[in-house]
Write a protein that binds this ligand. Structure first.
Ligand SMILES: [Zn+2]
Length: 233
């Protein structure tokens, strides 16, 4: 087990890879153990392929994408649109957190156009808490999540502001190739230009901090507090 472990928890297969995949690839390159947890495969998004079949396709695509990213992938078995914030799912998320033992968790921002994303945000917070508690669920408690970050997802815009920027120009091409495993990001499923959007966003975020290309993350409001001894430094 690597000393540095990251767990990205997405509502649907593809959410975390498209939003922060270049950073995940970079972290894997730097020696971190990178894990993806998809609460749903997201089988209902295809205009022509039935949900069960598209769900199987998305699982294959998620596995191929994770392989190219140097990440390990975990699935929960919920249909998109129906991911519940139930005791059962909280325990499942906490179980994966206890297995992976991440220092950093990446999740969805709290406000979203998609109800599954809102639930995924809540499940990430509750899963981290339940994973740390004694006497609930299976496995040894894990209290080592030091930082929770929120990926910048076009569906999760309400009140999101980027706080932590990670330079990732060197991994942009590898990210592009990895997410290409998904038909969704090759342009065959949705009219939304995923790659164009996130390529451009990376450009904007990079320009804001003076680098070529970057992915940015939100943090919980309390994580923006900084203690200094003097304002002049
Ligand atoms: Zn999603």
């Amino acid at each position: 087990m690597s000393e540095r472990r990251i767990l990205a928890i997405g509502a649907h297969a593809g959410d975390m890879e498209i939003t922060c995949g270049a950073v995940l690839i970079k972290e894997a390159h730097l020696g971190s153990e990178v894990h993806l947890l998809h609460l749903s495969r997201g089988g209902r998004g295809h205009p022509k392929v039935p949900p069960e079949e598209y769900g199987r396709q998305k699982e294959e695509e998620a596995r191929a994408c994770a392989r190219m990213m140097g990440a390990q992938v975990h699935f929960l078995d919920y249909f998109d649109g129906e991911v519940p914030n139930s005791r059962e799912v909280r325990l499942e998320v906490a179980r994966v957190i206890r297995e992976v033992r991440p220092q950093v968790a990446i999740g969805h921002w709290q406000a979203s156009l998609h109800p599954d994303h809102v639930v995924a945000h809540q499940l990430t917070d509750i899963g981290i808490l339940w994973a740390a508690l004694e006497g609930i669920g299976e496995g040894a408690p894990w209290r080592g999540v030091r930082r929770t970050l929120f990926a910048e997802n076009w569906e999760d815009p309400g009140g999101f502001h980027p706080y932590l920027y990670v330079e990732a120009a060197e991994f942009r091409q590898a990210w592009r190739e990895a997410v290409h495993a998904y038909e969704l990001f090759r342009g065959g499923v949705s009219s939304f230009d995923y790659l164009g959007y996130y390529e451009g966003l990376g450009q904007v975020r990079g320009a804001q901090v003076g680098v070529g290309w970057a992915e940015a993350f939100g943090v919980p409001p309390w994580a923006e507090r900084q203690l200094v001894t003097s304002v002049i430094g």
